[in-house]
Design a protein around this ligand. Structure first.
Ligand SMILES: [Zn+2]
Ligand SMILES: [Zn+2]
Length: 342
C-alpha cells in the first residue's frame, strides 16, 4: 500500500517535507480486528505535535493520522460487528484496557493503557489501516467521507470540551482560536445552548469573519474584550497568550477549558504576565481536555447528523500531505483539511 511516513522528529518550519512517501505491505487484521481501506483522513494539529516531538509516535518510521473514514475490506478472526463493505470511522482512541477504574466509569480517555491511533498504532495517512472492531464507528449516511473525517477528532474532542465547560443555556460562551474544532463547537453549542451568545477570539481576520458567518455574536482579536464576559471559554490554540487573555476575559466563577494535547514553547513567557487578581481571583477554573472516549465520538456523530453539522473541508491528495501540514502550521485555515486517498 501507499503510505506517508514520518522518519524522525523534525521542525515543520525548517523542514517543510517531514513525511516521506513509501510502499509498504498491506496490514493484516488480527483477532477482533478489521482491515479498513481508507478513503479520507483528516489532518489534525496533533500531527504537528507528533512531528515536532511534543507527543512523539511510538516508533519510526510511523504512519500518522487519526480521523479516518473508509470501508471494511476484510475481517480478522472473531470480528463480527461490521460486514465487509460497511463504511466506518476511526478516531484518536484506538484502545483502552477496559478494566481499570477510569475505563469502568466511562473515562477510558484517562486509562493508563490508552493507545492512540496514528501515535501508538499506525494511522490513516495510508491506503489501509487495521483497528479493533470495538473502536470503529458506523458513519451516518448524510456525510461524505471527507465531511465525516474531521467529525471524528475535531468534532468529538469539541463535544468533550463543551461537556467540560458545564455551560447552562443562556450563559455566554467564548471560543479562543477558530480552527477545525472550534468551528464545529460553535455549531454544536448553538444547537445545545440556543440562548447562549458566542464570542470568538481569533488572530486572523479571516477566522473572525468565518465565525461571524457561522453565527457568532461577536469576533475580535485574542486580546480584545468581548461585549459580555463569557461564563466559559474553550481554547483550541497551540499558544499561551490566548490562555492568559482568556483568564482575564472570563466572568467570575468562569471556566477555561484548554483543548490542546500540548502547547508550543514559543510564547511561554506570556505566563509571566499572570496576575492573580486579574486572571485567577474570583474562583476561575482551568481544565484541560485529555484524549476522547468512545461516547464522545458516538454522541458527536449522532448530533452532527441530526443538527446537521456539515463541516467545511479542504481536500488534498495523500501526495500533498506535507503541503496540508505546512498550511496548518502557517495558520492557513478555513474549516478542516482532509487527505483523500485514490
Ligand atoms: Zn486530532
Ligand atoms: Zn483502562
Amino acid at each position: 500500500m501507499k503510505a506517508a511516513v514520518l522518519e524522525k522528529i523534525t521542525s515543520v518550519r525548517e523542514n517543510p517535507q517531514p513525511l516521506s512517501f513509501v510502499e509498504l505491505p498491506d496490514p493484516e487484521p488480527g483477532e477482533g480486528q478489521i482491515l479498513v481501506r481508507v478513503s479520507a483522513c483528516g489532518v489534525c494539529h496533533t500531527e504537528l505535535d507528533e512531528i515536532e516531538g511534543r507527543t512523539p509516535p511510538s516508533s519510526f518510521p510511523f504512519i500518522l493520522g487519526h480521523q479516518i473514514v473508509g470501508v471494511v475490506e476484510k475481517r480478522g478472526p472473531l470480528a463480527l460487528k461490521f460486514p465487509e463493505g460497511r463504511r466506518v470511522g476511526i478516531g484518536w482512541i484506538a484502545s483502552a484496557c477496559g478494566k481499570c477504574g477510569y475505563c469502568r466509569i466511562g473515562m477510558e480517555n484517562l486509562c493508563p493503557d490508552f493507545k492512540a491511533t496514528g501515535r501508538d498504532l499506525p494511522g490513516g495517512y495510508a491506503q489501509y489501516v487495521t483497528i479493533a472492531e470495538d473502536f470503529a464507528f458506523p458513519i451516518p449516511d448524510i456525510f461524505s467521507d471527507a465531511q465525516a473525517a474531521p467529525l471524528l477528532c475535531a468534532g468529538a474532542i469539541g463535544r468533550r470540551s463543551l461537556r467540560l465547560a458545564h455551560l447552562a443555556d443562556g450563559e455566554p460562551l467564548g471560543l479562543t482560536g477558530f480552527g477545525a474544532s472550534a468551528h464545529l463547537v460553535l455549531q454544536l453549542s448553538r444547537h445545545l445552548y440556543p440562548r447562549s451568545e458566542i464570542f470568538v477570539f481569533a488572530r486572523s481576520e479571516r477566522e473572525r469573519q468565518f465565525a461571524l458567518d457561522l453565527g457568532a455574536r461577536w469576533a475580535g482579536d485574542t486580546s480584545e474584550k468581548s461585549p459580555q464576559k463569557p461564563a466559559a471559554i474553550i481554547d483550541t490554540t497551540p499558544a499561551w497568550k490566548p490562555v492568559v487573555c482568556a483568564l482575564e476575559s472570563l466572568a467570575p466563577g468562569g471556566r477555561l477549558v484548554i483543548n490542546a494535547i500540548r502547547k508550543e514553547e514559543a510564547d511561554k513567557d506570556q505566563l509571566l504576565k499572570l496576575d492573580y487578581p486579574l486572571h485567577l481571583w474570583q474562583e476561575k477554573e482551568i481544565k484541560s481536555v485529555a484524549n476522547v472516549a468512545r461516547r464522545d465520538i458516538e454522541e458527536f456523530l449522532a448530533l452532527a447528523a441530526q443538527i446537521p453539522i456539515i463541516p467545511e473541508v479542504e481536500e488534498y491528495p495523500l501526495a500533498d500531505a506535507n503541503r496540508a501540514l505546512a498550511e496548518l502550521k502557517a495558520g492557513v485555515i478555513r474549516g478542516a483539511k482532509v487527505l483523500k486517498m485514490d
